[in-house]
Structure formats: C-alpha cells, structure tokens
Design a binder for this molecule. Structure first.
Ligand code: FA5
Length: 349
C-alpha cells in the first residue's frame, strides 16, 4: 500500500469513528491530526521518497488532514446541538409555579393603634392635630407645665421629670401642651373645639416592662357650652369599645391632675362584661387619665370658664397595644425585632 493510499485510508477510518454518536471527538483529533498522530507519522516517513512522490503524498496528506478536520468540526457542532437540546428538555420551566414573594412591611403596631384611634375620633367629628407647629416635641416649660397649671415649684412636676435642652426648653412629657396651643387660637363663633393630638412624649422614667423613656400619647380636648362628665364618660366608653370590643366596660376612679378638676383615672375591664357578670369578678386595668379642664387652664388659654366647660383625656397607646395583644414588655415595641413586629403585620404575611 502506498503512503497516499494509507493516508486515504485514514480518512475512511476517521469517518467510521466519527459516525458513532457519542464518539470522543477530541480523542479522534489527537489520534489522526495530533503531533504524534497517524498523519504526522506517515508524513515523517516520506524522507526516502522521490521529489514527485513527496509532492503527491504531501498533497494527499493535506487534503486528508483538511477533510478530517471538517468532519471533526461537523461532529462537534452536532454533539453540542444535541447536548443543548437535551438540556433544554430536562430544564423545562414550569411557568405555573408561584413566584418568589417579596416581603412587604406594614405599619408598626403602635401606628396601627394610633390610626384606629384617629379613625374613631374623626368619625366623631374631632380635628386631628399633628402638625409640628401646634404639636412640637421640643416644648417650652411654659406650655408643657405652666399653662397646664403646674407652676415651677409645683410638687406634681416630680411625676413628669424630663430631658431639658435649656432650663426653659424641654422634651415634652405629655401631649397636654397641644391643648393650649390650639385652644388659644380657637374661634368659638365657629363652634365648639373637638380635637385629638397624637404624638411622641418623653420622660426621665427608668425603662422597665411597663415604662419607656419615650412613648406615645393621644390627647383629647372638647371645649363648648354645657360639656359635662357624662360626655367624657360616653366618649371614653366609645373609644374603649372600639379598641377592645363592644362588651368591655370602663370605670372612672377619682384621681389628681393639676390641669383637670375633677380628675379621673380610667380602667377598662380585662374581659367582656355581660348582665350576669358579678361586679366583684371584673378585672380592671388602668389605661388613661382624664377630667374636666381646670378653670385656671381655660383662663390661661383665653377662654371664660363661666361660659365654657371642657373635658380632656390623655391616652397611652403603648399600654393599649400591650393590653390588646398581650405584650408583656413595652420595650419590645422599640427593639425593632422583625420577628416580633411580623406578628402584627396587617397584611398577614
Ligand atoms: C398624663 O400624662 C396626663 N397629661 C393625661 C391627662 C390628659 C389627664 C388630659 C387629664 C387630662 P399620665 O402621666 O398618667 O397622665 O400618663 C397618661 C398615660 O400615658 C398613662 O395612663 C399611660 O398609659 C401612659 N404612660 C405614662 N408614663 C408612661 C411610660 N413611662 N411609658 C409608657 N406609657 C406611659
């Protein structure tokens, strides 16, 4: 067999090997075209041939090399296409599978309670005062204390120590100063004043399970003609039943605030009260302070106490949220632990 014939035989051999679907294309390339491959081997053995023969074998060698090269490329493309097809078939995308849900946040539980309180009072025709001009968190001693009938030497100031910026400017301890800021501007020719003021307040209280140095209050004030304790009681009963349920009752207990006279503390029944409930079985929880606005406070705000009477209350939404949801430590509201906050996610996610 001449070298040329041998070379042509390699093409047949390579074609036969490449015919198998799973052939290792690279191995075929190395075997035929590699440095130590069959074609190189034949070409190396040409040295004893005549010039014409060398020329012929050289040409055949190149043709066979190119032909095998092409066959290999074809096979490679065929194998890649097949692999892609198989991969696509195996990785079928199920478009009916549910997508990945993004985690949505929700209003903080304290904000939810405040929103409920606001919605209730809006329904009763109250104005909501939350503009920082009328409801500043950085307050003056005058509005926070003096206008609330708490002059500088008043012993009741000890109950509400705060953070001072200067001796006359402080972080407000209560939302009561908003009463004076709004009342002094109120035009009674347009009707009585009915307002609530929700907001943050600060006290130098030591943090514990039921006290925080920063918490929330919602102040309420109604000033008009013939406003009585009965109006106060009905109003407080309505908000308590809104928050805790129709069957809960409230109880007013005498108390003391320098800016109201008489003053009361309000308890709400822990459980529902039915006509069969014995009074001694009711468990009462204290939730807020309230009373009939002191004549001195009305006078300081430019209102004649002979003509107008008023009631006021100060709710603590943090304590409400604790009662409503059975939260045992007020500090939980401020730690920003999402696992805790998620329980109150109004979207239920
Ligand atoms: C007052 O702050 C009065 N200004 C309320 C008031 C307004 C009375 C109008 C009469 C007329 P008191 O200090 O009791 O009152 O606070 C009111 C409510 O705020 C409490 O019932 C309680 O719910 C909440 N509260 C008071 N201190 C804290 C505290 N450190 N942490 C969390 N909540 C508190």
């Amino acid at each position: 067999m001449t070298l040329a014939e041998e070379l042509k035989g390699f093409l047949k051999e390579a074609e036969a090997e490449l015919a198998s679907p799973d052939v290792d294309v690279e191995a075929v390339r190395v075997a035929f075209l590699g440095k130590k491959g069959k074609i190189t081997g034949v070409l190396k053995s040409m040295k004893d041939l005549s010039v014409d023969e060398k020329k012929e074998v050289g040409q055949v060698g190149n043709q066979v090399r190119t032909a095998i090269q092409e066959k290999i490329e074809e096979k490679k493309a065929e194998q890649e296409a097949k692999a892609l097809e198989e991969k696509l078939a195996a990785e079928t995308l199920d478009v009916t599978l549910p997508g990945a849900k993004p985690k949505l946040g929700s209003a903080h539980v304290l904000q939810q309670i405040m929103d409920e309180i606001e919605a209730h009072f809006l329904g009763l025709g109250y104005q909501i005062i939350d503009d920082p001009t009328d409801s500043p968190e950085v307050e003056t001693d005058e509005y926070n204390f003096e206008r609330e009938n708490l002059p500088k030497d008043h012993p009741a100031r000890d109950m509400q120590d705060t953070f001072y910026i200067t001796p006359e400017i402080l972080l407000r301890t209560q939302t009561s100063p908003v009463q004076s800021r709004v009342l002094e501007k109120h035009d009674f020719s347009k009707g009585p004043l009915k307002m609530i003021a929700p907001g943050k307040v600060y006290r130098r209280d030591t943090d514990d399970a039921t006290h925080s140095h920063q918490f929330h209050q919602v102040e309420g004030l109604v000033v008009g003609k013939n406003i009585t304790m009965a109006d106060l009681k009905g109003t407080l009963l309505s908000i308590m039943q809104e928050l805790f349920g129709e069957k809960h009752q409230i109880r007013l207990r005498p108390s003391y605030f320098p800016f109201t006279e008489p003053s009361v503390e309000v308890d709400v029944s822990w459980d529902e009260v039915t006509p069969d409930t014995k009074p001694e079985d009711i468990k009462w929880i204290e939730v807020l302070g309230a009373g009939m606005t002191h004549p001195n406070v009305l006078k300081m705000d430019g209102v004649d106490p002979e003509e107008y009477t008023a009631f006021a209350f100060g709710l603590g939404p943090d304590r409400f949220a604790m009662l409503k949801y059975g939260v045992e430590d007020i500090r939980q509201f401020y730690l920003n632990d999402v696992r805790f906050l998620d329980q109150f996610n109004e979207r239920g996610i």
